[in-house]
Design a protein around this ligand. Sequence first.
Ligand SMILES: CC(C)(COP(=O)(O)OP(=O)(O)OC[C@H]1O[C@@H](n2cnc3c(N)ncnc32)[C@H](O)[C@@H]1OP(=O)(O)O)[C@@H](O)C(=O)NCCC(=O)NCCS
Length: 112
Amino acid sequence: MAYSTPTIRPARWIDCLSVWFIRNEPSVRFASFNKEEIGLLKHIWWFFGRLRKKDEPFWVAECWDSVVGYLRLDRQLINPQTPCTFTLSIAVEPFARKRHVGQELVKHMQAK
Ligand SMILES: CC(C)(COP(=O)(O)OP(=O)(O)OC[C@H]1O[C@@H](n2cnc3c(N)ncnc32)[C@H](O)[C@@H]1OP(=O)(O)O)[C@@H](O)C(=O)NCCC(=O)NCCS
């Protein structure tokens, strides 16, 4: 399939299942702090809570009319005296890798 530049946009509720599939892909679990497979109900609960956090960016990359990757910044509250830090989570569907989707997600984040 020909490569097309991904469209990067904020995650929406409709992306819930696509993000779940990507999150559970073995190489994504392997690269994550929590390596366990994520159950669907747990994911749905987390996803809708996560979408409500408007000051913590969560973008998806769309190619060929489907979501092929995501990047999110999760706020880390270490203690109120330290400056706010974020954890970056990025993942791309295996079939869409090495086509600069990850790079486009990072470029989008840097531009914001
Ligand atoms: C890491 C990941 C998001 C990269 O996505 P991608 O769309 O394939 O990356 P790109 O095609 O945009 O690659 C951009 C550059 O990063 C490099 N790169 C890609 N994945 C890399 C990795 N795992 N380690 C080191 N460099 C990597 C590429 O070689 C490329 O450099 P180049 O242009 O000089 O060749 C993807 O491999 C993935 O989802 N991996 C599993 C989850 C993960 O490891 N997430 C990171 C920890 S949160």
